[in-house]
Design a binder for this molecule. Sequence first.
Ligand code: ATP
Length: 232
Amino acid sequence: MDALAVEGVWRYYGDYPALRDIHLTTEPGTCLALIGRNGAGKTTLLRTIAGFARPMKGKVLILGREPRDPETRRDIGFLGHGIALYEELSALENLMLFARLYGIADPRGRALEWLEKTGLERVRDGLVREFSRGMRQRLAVGRAFLHEPQVLLLDEPFTALDDRAIAVLQRLLREARERGRTMILSTHQLREALELASHVALLNRGRVAFHGACTAEMVADPGLVYARYGEG
Ligand code: ATP
């Protein structure tokens, strides 16, 4: 079964079609780099895949089920621009809360494990509102990975992160790939995604202009995909 199937998806903002008849399928274990210029539709597509926005035509299936199916929620980890954390709770309380929402058997144990993995165990009882930007970012990464989802959806995951958060995220993504998780990550720059990506999809004004394996040729010259398939 496909990890992800996007079948003829359209989505409009008013009259403007931000996604035009998108078809994309990925097998489990794929790391897909979703590239495209500003406004190409990357964020809209990731949010539609995650079930935060509904397709106006077509459908999305994650492991054969609708994104909004409660079973599917446990299979998806989403890391976006907004950091979805509770300011008035501690780091530990935040992760325990999400662990409970996901129905994890030992919420405290799981939360402590991810605080350790994100380098936040020493500040676990500190309130998020007192955290630095980098600490919040690492906690948001922990939140996205905590329930060990099959499918990770990451919107420009490296752009706003500080160096330490980038290092944490890169390590976690490598581990997730080794465990056969599926990842779809949007980025402006192919170079930063190439280390992980097995496949590349180029969005161009809401359409898939290219989708295929990430080749050695692309790794050597990340501009190639844009030059060959982009609008120039
Ligand atoms: P970026 O790299 O800048 O994040 P993107 O590839 O993620 O861009 P989207 O954010 O998905 O692109 O936007 C796709 C198109 O839809 C753009 O033309 C954008 O202006 C438009 N758009 C996005 N969100 C909205 C909105 N809430 N209302 C109206 N138009 C929108």
